[in-house]
Design a protein. Sequence first.
Length: 309
Amino acid sequence: VLKAEYFSPWRGEQQMYKLDIGWPKSPEHFTGQTFCVAVDSVHGLVYVGQRGDNVPKVLVFSEEGYFLHSWNDTVEMPHGIFVWNTVIGSSVWITDVGTGKYGHTVKQYSPSGKLMQVLGTPGNAGSSLIPLQFDQPAEIFVEETGEIYVVDGDGGMNNRLLKLSDDYKEIWLSGTNGSGIGQFKIPHSVTVDAYGRVWVADRGNKRIQVFDKVTGEWLGSWSGCFSEDGPYSVRFTAGYKYLVVAQLNINRLAVLAAPPVGSIGDCVVVHSVQLAEETKPHLVDVDMRSGAVYVAEIGAQQVQKYVPL
């Protein structure tokens, strides 16, 4: 298991997280490249998406680290994963960037792996002219209401942020390929805060862009914290006080101060966790109940858990 080292070039602040070296209990279940992780904090479950030949594509652990089960059906190359909890149950959404018969889709599964919904045309890369025709969709975020946000473009022809209603109709769509306001180069991760704002890791442009969730209007962007490497993942901590960002190429997690309401302002790094060389943190998720941060590391081929101090 790769250990993490800590340093913070920004301030003399206290450490905020420590590595849980006992998670998971049986790391030998990581048999592929671990691209994504999602926490079901209501039921105490952690879902991991991994890639590789003849490996289970989705692994399910308890939050204590015990391996529970895995499933593989109709998942080709998982990129992003998200657990959606409602009063009537939970489901698991996966973005699939595969090039085979299941790829270029966003899919909803039951917790046991039963396919419930497919958005996009399986096996067909799309153009941005058609809202539900994806090309390597990177990540999905689903609100409690069922409204869906998809960042579509892990290197494909689409570079856009799409909002869908709970019956999968387009509400608004933002973005084309470019570096201007509201444009994207590999929009890689998306999350929504408690104040009606959508946050997108605009990886290729080395910035985070922020939009109004109702109208899709551009509200601001942060680039000052990402001169060394673009943001790969964006997730809020419990209470929406901080934003946790993964930076894959420099093997770092940055914890940014999140503005409550009003102006987006400039980004401020309040803490960072320096991971071991070649760990390559790709996407993260946060347990909104315990505050634990789970990191999917494609270089180390593992998921690590960091707990707040």
